[in-house]
Design a protein around this ligand. Structure first.
Ligand SMILES: [Zn+2]
Length: 607
């Protein structure tokens, strides 16, 4: 938890939650801004900034968590927003992910090292380098217990698994500690600090948590005066003492439980069963509502979260865009521009601050980045290439040279600002379903991934067991749906290349049955977006010579649409020079594009 000053806490709540009244020396109360409640159920501790809704939400937030909840944004953006609001300087990109820092000090309070918690949850350790900077390891550093100065003064100490829990207990007037680096990393050098003390160990509610407290207990056996292990009742899988307090536990109840806890002796056996992790997949009706964020949210169908598509109409047709935990297909023939279309989806997601992982099996990382920047800066790369060639050959006009310089300057300035583009392009040429799953999980540990894309599915390899093409696509589709988008709770967007088995088939309109492995796609995906050029307009374009640069009329057809009607058709114009599809709808970003067609024609020597 980031520490805010009293003034900062006041500034934040004055801006975000109206009409909070003071009910005691340190508590403010008012209407819950999250579920828009009518009673005074929203309580804020004005000294810590921690808020709790005692009504429908039934949960609490720190300031950054509340900002994420209120604005529906990810942690780094919430941190930026809060800092701007309370007047702190803007964070560097690397620091935006830091959720909290925990100081480990010696008995005099001098900083020895620090544990850094990042978003998403990931820990690192660092120590002062003596010059105002940090060394990011704890090599040859003796570990100390967290909160050491309080531990040394206390007769009784609770040992739990994480710093967050120690601080929860501290806020409730209880002295607690933990070791750095989490479960399994208790070092024997820590034991001496607990000589003669009464110790209560509270394990996190999972097997590693239990193994950890047994290791700590064994290390303190014969050193501490007494050792007890407290199994907190009715804790969910992986739950900790902070969860227990959040569910309504009090310091007095905890003290009572501590008195009756089992005394540790070698060969200690736990009484309660550890809940299965698989329980997270199983819901009863009240759990469904709770998971949705309360009754209001459960029934607020209009606000169903999804990443908007590049086209407002398509987003509406799909009832809210790309939803978490669902996979989507963009299907098109070779040359239909399906990669360009996919990049427009990616660009839209990036502009919302959503992290994107793109497995680009066809296009190189440079082309991906150039195309995204051209979409963002609204510049025609075909035009740029022609002008650059003319500059080399000395045939460029003075008018066009200033245009070229302006285009290059704009591209470079947008490229310099790409640190706000949370994109990862994965370039490994051979990708199997199992590899895609493990890589997405691995990268998700370090980066916030909010959308995973594959371009394209036919270039993926099989894990080796599937003989038929149909079986291969089924395996890919299952892996993406079952082990990526469901488990990470993000949407997946898969590009699929269509090829007609019958070359005599001259239809331009696509059907789902044209997709290879269509059975699996049909079952596993929430929507199939079919992209094709309009047959009539294609003929006219061929005759008039605009086939190369466009615009050519194209259709987006929703051939499957689990959350809306189908089929639906959206008419687009394919500007090939811009590698862009334009809907002409003023609600869409791309329609703001200033296509400099006059300069393009000049550059191509047509005028
Ligand atoms: Zn609430």
């Amino acid at each position: 938890m980031t520490d805010f000053t009293l003034d900062e806490i006041r500034a934040y709540y004055a801006c975000r939650v109206r009409d909070l009244g003071q009910t005691s020396a340190k508590m403010w109360r008012g209407k819950c801004p999250v579920h828009h409640g009518s009673g005074d159920n929203f309580a804020v501790d004005s000294t810590t900034g921690l808020a709790h809704c005692h009504s429908e939400c039934g949960k609490g937030w720190d300031i950054l968590g509340l900002e994420m909840e209120l604005l529906g944004i990810e942690f780094p953006l919430a941190k930026d927003a809060v800092y701007a609001l309370i007047g702190r300087p803007k964070q560097t990109y690397a620091d935006r992910d830091i959720v909290a820092t925990f100081d480990y000090t010696d008995e005099h309070g001098t900083l020895l090292y620090q544990v850094v918690r990042r978003y998403p949850k990931k820990f690192a350790q660092r120590r002062p380098d003596g010059h105002g900077g940090w060394i990011w390891n704890l090599e040859s550093i003796d570990r100390v217990p967290f909160n050491l100065s309080a531990v040394l003064l206390a007769k009784n100490v609770i040992i739990c698994e994480g710093e967050k829990d120690v601080l929860t207990l501290k806020r409730n007037g209880i002295v607690a500690t933990c070791n750095s680096e989490g479960a399994g990393n208790w070092k024997s050098e820590l034991a001496r600090h607990f000589a003669g003390k009464g110790i209560v160990l509270i394990p996190d509610n999972d097997e590693p948590g239990r193994a950890h407290v047994l290791k700590v207990a064994a290390s303190l056996h014969g050193i501490a005066a007494t050792i007890k292990i407290l199994e907190l009742p009715s804790l969910k899988a992986k739950g900790d003492v902070t969860d227990w307090f959040a569910a309504g536990g009090s310091a007095d109840q905890l003290r009572t439980l501590g008195k009756t806890a089992q005394v540790y002796t070698p060969g200690f056996a736990f009484v309660l069963a550890v809940p299965s992790e698989e329980d997270k997949w199983v819901y009863d009706p009240s759990a469904v509502v709770k998971e949705a964020g309360g009754l209001d949210r459960f029934w607020n169908l209009a606000a169903e979260e999804g990443i908007p598509t590049p086209y407002a109409q398509l987003t509406e047709d799909m009832s809210g865009g790309l939803r978490k935990g669902e996979s989507y297909i963009i299907a098109g023939m070779r040359g239909s521009g399906k990669t360009s279309l996919m990049l427009q989806f990616v660009s839209k997601a990036l502009m919302q601050g959503i992290g994107v992982l793109l497995f680009s099996l066809e296009m190189g990382q440079r082309d991906v980045l150039r195309r995204l920047i051209s979409i963002r800066s609204k510049i025609n790369l075909a035009q740029l290439r022609i002008l650059q060639k003319q500059r080399i050959s000395g045939t460029i006009t003075t008018q066009d040279i200033s245009l070229l310089i302006a285009l290059e300057r704009r591209l470079k300035s947008v490229t310099r600002a790409i640190d706000n583009m949370p994109l990862l392009v994965h370039q490994k040429p051979v990708v199997t379903p199992a590899y895609l799953v493990s890589e997405t999980h691995r990268l998700n540990e370090r980066h916030r991934i909010g959308l995973v894309c594959v371009d394209h599915m036919q270039l993926m390899s099989s894990d080796g067991n599937e003989k038929k093409e149909y079986e291969k696509f089924t395996a890919i589709s299952r892996a993406i749906k079952g082990q990526v988008v469901r488990e990470l709770n993000i949407p997946g967007l898969i590009v699929s290349q269509v090829s007609r088995s019958n070359s005599m088939d001259k239809r331009t309109e696509l059907e789902i049955t044209d997709c290879r492995g269509s059975g699996a796609l049909e079952e596993d995906t929430a929507a199939v977006i079919l992209l094709y050029h309009d047959g009539e307009d294609l003929k006219r374009a061929r005759e008039s010579g605009r086939l190369g640069s466009g615009p050519i009329k194209a259709w987006l057809k929703l051939g499957k649409n689990r959350f809306g009607q189908c089929p639906t058709y959206l008419e687009l114009q394919h500007f090939k020079g811009f590698t862009m599809f334009d809907s002409g709808d003023e609600r869409d970003f791309i329609s703001e594009t200033h296509f400099d067609t006059e300069a393009l024609n000049r550059a191509e020597g047509r005028v």
